[in-house]
Design a protein around this ligand. Structure first.
Ligand SMILES: *Cc1c(COP(=O)(O)O)cnc(C)c1O
Length: 229
């Protein structure tokens, strides 16, 4: 993809987010774009970073660490959005600013233990599995509160909110209904006194429905970078 096309796609995505926010009565600034750059070369990230994109999400550690090293001078914010394996928490704790897919206490404990002394706390989203999908990551909704209560006791983690990757749905209304479930879990935690501010939901195909339901961070890959090969 040429640099011009990439930047055009990125701007179109920013506009799409803003348009959806306004349509659903949201403040446009209340929805951030997380560019999901798995499989993309560091150069592509640099190009949109120079246009103003600050936050990037990566799913594969080795690939991510190389890009983080190549782009340190840009002072980007790095989010880990892949599945977290129990034995691979250290590089996440050491090199990322956010982890979006925390779904069990053991992973949270390791991240807390491995976060370097002196670093700002690692921002955490709990991944919630909204539907019963075998093999998919995420904690069941009924266990979210207990995990949240554990995470807020860990000094090197900062619980920021909830994340989901729901199964695809045919219609906007069905997508929105799923996202609304995550929003209501989020509101429930806030009502119980948890100081959280993030709903990480919505991807290229369903970000409008996610924004309608209250997303504060949408994770977009294909609409910016094109189909992954
Ligand atoms: C790949 C990925 C995305 C981006 O998906 P697109 O459909 O390409 O926008 C978002 N979130 C997660 C967790 C992903 O793995």
């Amino acid at each position: 993809m040429t640099e011009a096309t990439l930047i055009q796609n990125w701007k179109a995505t920013c506009n799409r987010i803003e348009t959806a926010a306004l349509r659903y009565g949201r403040d446009a600034k209340s929805v951030r774009l997380l560019a999901i750059s798995k499989g993309q070369p560091a150069e592509a990230l640099r190009q949109i970073a120079q246009s103003g994109q600050r936050e990037f999400g990566e799913n594969y550690l080795q690939e991510a660490l190389a890009k983080i090293a190549a782009l340190t001078n840009l002072e980007l914010t790095w989010h880990f959005t892949g599945q977290i394996q129990g034995n691979k928490t250290r590089p996440i704790a050491e090199h990322f600013h956010w982890a979006h897919t925390v779904d069990r206490e053991r992973i949270a404990l390791r991240l807390n233990e491995q976060r370097p002394a002196g670093a700002t706390p690692l921002n955490i989203c709990i991944q919630v599995r909204l539907e019963d999908e075998p093999g998919k990551g995420g904690i069941e909704p009924e266990h979210v509160h207990a995990l949240a209560a554990r995470i807020i006791e860990m000094p090197k983690l900062k619980l920021r909110g909830l994340m989901c990757i729901p199964p695809p749905r045919d219609s906007f209304d069905e997508q929105r209904e799923l996202f609304a479930r995550l929003k209501s879990l989020h509101d429930d935690l806030r009502a119980r006194g948890f100081d959280i501010d993030t709903l990480s939901m919505g991807m290229s195909g369903d970000l409008d429905a996610a924004i309608a339901a209250g997303a504060t961070l949408v994770r977009v890959g294909t609409a910016i970078f094109g189909e992954r090969v």
